[in-house]
Design a protein around this ligand. Structure first.
Ligand code: CTP
Ligand code: MG
Length: 171
């Protein structure tokens, strides 16, 4: 029973995970680097970056595209429920949540890439649930399961990305 709940919760959140992870990959492609304009256009708020250079337009659009595309594939796999609208909202919410997390980090004076335990791992998850709640009835059990599992998964995948030299930080 618990296993089924965990699998269902992970299935539900896949578009958000993909949306959150794909900007890291795309940011490494040399030809895309000139499109990597910061979302905040390098503007500052009270002498500190609004979001910082780690949040780009290309990352935003590619993340939404990748998360929605995965959701589209999920939707006709017939395994568990998924809709393209839900996948889009999960992806958009993940990236907006991630932006909000960076906004908070910059206000706290943390530099791009500096560790913010809890915030780094959960900002995108909470954003995804918030946006998903606009188009579907969200399950608090899924939320609970994912709040527990996501930090471990996030740290694990980021460490792999670090080993593959896709990321500069181990987290
Ligand atoms: N990224 C991007 N656009 C986004 C989100 C992420 O281009 N909207 C890319 C950036 O290359 C970023 C990397 O993905 O450096 C990793 O994302 P993340 O860890 O969220 O950003 P950080 O660089 O750690 O910045 P912050 O301190 O603001 O979290
Ligand atoms: Mg980071």
């Amino acid at each position: 029973m618990l296993v089924i709940l965990i699998i269902s919760a992970l299935w539900f959140i896949i578009p958000a995970y993909v949306a959150n992870a794909s900007p890291v990959l795309i940011s490494k492609i040399k030809t895309t680097q000139r499109y990597n304009r910061p979302i905040d256009f390098n503007l500052k708020f009270r002498n500190k970056p609004i979001f910082g250079a780690g949040k780009t337009w290309f990352g935003l659009f590619f993340g939404i595209l990748a998360g929605t595309a995965i959701g589209f594939i999920q939707s006709f796999s017939g395994f568990l429920p998924m809709t393209i609208l839900l996948a889009f909202m999960l992806s958009l919410g993940a990236l907006v949540g991630d932006l909000a997390g960076s906004f908070v980090k910059r206000r706290l004076g943390l530099k791009r890439g500096q560790l913010a335990p809890g915030l780094d791992q959960l900002d995108f998850l909470l954003g995804a649930f918030l946006f998903a709640s606009f188009v579907t009835k969200i399950s608090l059990i899924y939320l609970l399961i994912l709040v527990i599992l996501t930090p471990a998964i996030h740290l694990g995948t980021n460490f792999i990305a670090f080993k593959l030299r896709l990321k500069k930080e181990k987290w």
